[in-house]
Ligand binder design. Structure first.
Ligand code: ATP
Ligand code: ZN
Ligand code: MG
Ligand code: MG
Ligand code: MG
Length: 501
């Protein structure tokens, strides 16, 4: 990897007055300021320098340590001190050429990167030429470093392709025969349990499937939330960009967001032509509406926990309040799913209970352990499911478009999956919920601290009610007579269904 920067430090007057001092700085730099923090011999190098008309020309090269933009800031500081004595100021850094060369086995698919003028591929490396507007403030704000990280991620991702997610089995229940092998969604439709909603991937649940959802919720409340001390909260469901910037989702969820745009004004006169158009044509003029709404302010709830962090943001939490254990079930989640929307299991509008816990690393790990135990009890003793647990790519890597697993062995996501017998013996298993230890990602991202100064960690778990229903019905069928006794007890009587003539 190589960085190359040709630039000049603009000065307020002729820099020749401090010629000797500057020469000394340049002579000492490679073994002094440009070596600091780098392994021996791996700091930045000065390829050339010269004094010009109210400027100092500078050519720097570096590897990944003390990168050229960091190096030029270090040189600038010393030069500014030397020139200051002669009452000459440094006005800024003017870039002439800034390139980053990274080894790469293949060309990039998408070369449209902010602050990058061109990307050249020569069989084994990519050379990025940055635009000239990358100045001092971009250098201070680590823009070149982020460009490099982005490039490395892209190269890695292009290599992994679609099979990017990591998967590793942790536990699986014993094999068993299934007496029911139909597609429960089809069956539910036939029996009048639900109907398709007007929207894409949206359902209207009638009394029977709604009662199933509520029974699952009650099981979660009685078997997990109450005994383990989780308190209910209400998290916002319209999520602003700022939240997703802090949570990391702003890096990758764009293809799946349902975007929200507010009206430019609520003045009825401004909207009169829209109303009139509809009244006359009975068509909603969506093109006209587009001109009257603002930019998207964010989107509908995607993952449930990010907006809860606004509650803790910027706070220092008392040690005796930890671990904090809360949950939300106050509204729907929305995702623009790909062609894969199927039945009730992959939908664009879904219902989920989200558990969030926050504490020291030990508290978070222990809380997670207890949760896994309670889930095991529910799926084995109450729902009597065949299911398994797998260690997968953590959500924050998956949703930021990265592959692999987190660096340590504790942080990451466990998926709970169940087979759907109607998909055949080797059919794809359905992820019906997840449990994640997110490390310090959220407390750091939202600047939440502990009274004692200990590092805070957090975890979360999303109980997908559509997914529980899909797994339960796919394995047990729609006939309550055939449901496990422990579940039937909790479900009670089947509600009377509406008969359509
Ligand atoms: P999948 O791999 O099936 O696309 P996911 O990994 O994208 O799911 P998460 O982001 O982990 O889903 O969300 C947590 C939980 O929310 C999932 O385990 C699942 O129970 C539920 N969920 C996610 N997407 C959907 C959906 N489109 N329809 C119904 N439930 C969903
Ligand atoms: Zn979460
Ligand atoms: Mg998904
Ligand atoms: Mg998944
Ligand atoms: Mg998941």
């Amino acid at each position: 990897m190589e960085f190359y920067l040709k630039c000049s430090l603009k000065t307020s007057a002729d820099p020749t007055v401090a010629k000797e001092a500057i020469a000394q700085i340049m002579a000492d730099a490679e073994t002094g300021i440009l070596a600091k923090g780098a392994p021996a011999g791996e700091g930045a190098k000065i390829k050339s320098w010269s004094l010009g008309d109210n400027k100092i020309n500078l050519e720097l090269t570096s590897g990944k340590n003390v990168r050229v933009h960091d190096a030029v800031l270090r040189v600038r500081k010393q030069v500014a001190d030397a020139l200051g004595k002669a009452k000459v100021g440094v006005r800024g850094i003017e870039v002439d050429t800034f390139t980053i060369t990274v080894p790469s086995p293949h060309d990039l698919k998408n070369k449209n990167i902010p602050h990058v003028k061109s990307v050249l591929f020569d069989e084994k490396a990519q050379t990025l030429c940055l635009t000239l507007d990358v100045g001092e403030s971009e250098m201070k704000n680590q823009v070149p470093d982020r460009i490099l990280t982005l490039l490395e991620d892209k190269i890695e991702q292009d290599e992994y392709g679609a099979k990017a997610e990591h998967w590793h089995l942790l536990w699986e229940s014993e094999d068993r025969p299934f007496h029911y092998v139909d597609d429960p969604t089809e069956d539910m439709l036939k029996h009048g349990w639900l109907k398709r909603g007007a929207g894409r991937g949206q359902w209207i649940h009638g009394p029977a499937s709604t009662k199933l959802f509520r029974t699952f919720e009650k099981i979660v409340v009685d078997e997990i939330l109450t005994p383990l001390g989780y308190n209910e909260m209400i998290f916002p469901k319209l999520v602003m960009w700022d939240i997703w910037k802090h949570s990391g989702h702003a890096k990758g969820i764009y293809p799946e967001i349902y975007y929200v745009c507010p009206p430019k004004t609520r003045d009825p006169a401004y909207w009169e032509d829209v109303m009139d158009y509809y009244k006359v044509t009975r068509e909603v003029p969506t093109e006209l509406i587009k001109t009257k709404i603002g930019d998207p302010i964010g989107g509908m709830c995607y993952a449930q926990c990010p907006p809860c962090w606004g509650f803790f943001q910027g706070e220092t939490i008392a040690k005796d309040s930890l671990p904090v254990r809360v949950f939300d079930r106050s509204g729907t989640s929305h995702r623009y799913e790909s062609g894969g929307i199927h039945g009730i299991e992959r939908v664009d509008e879904f219902h989920r209970i989200e558990l969030v816990w926050l504490g020291t690393k030990e508290q978070v790990v222990e809380t997670t352990q207890k949760l896994h135990e309670r889930y095991m009890h529910i799926f084995n003793d109450i729902l009597d499911l065949k299911w398994r647990k797998a260690w997968v790519t953590p959500w924050f890597m998956a949703q930021e478009g990265l592959a692999g697993v987190a660096a340590d062995e504790v942080t990451g996501t466990t998926d709970y999956e169940a087979p759907l017998p109607y998909r055949g013996k080797d059919g794809e298993w359905l992820e019906f919920q997840n449990v994640s230890i997110n490390g310090d990602k959220y407390p750091t991202g939202f600047n939440v601290k502990c009274q004692t100064g200990e590092q805070l960690w957090s975890g979360c778990s999303g109980v997908g009610l559509e997914r529980w229903t899909a797994a339960f019905l796919a394995q047990h069928g729609l006939d309550p007579e055939k449901w496990p006794e422990e579940f039937r007890k909790r479900f009670g009587e089947m509600p009377k269904l509406v008969k359509f003539m």
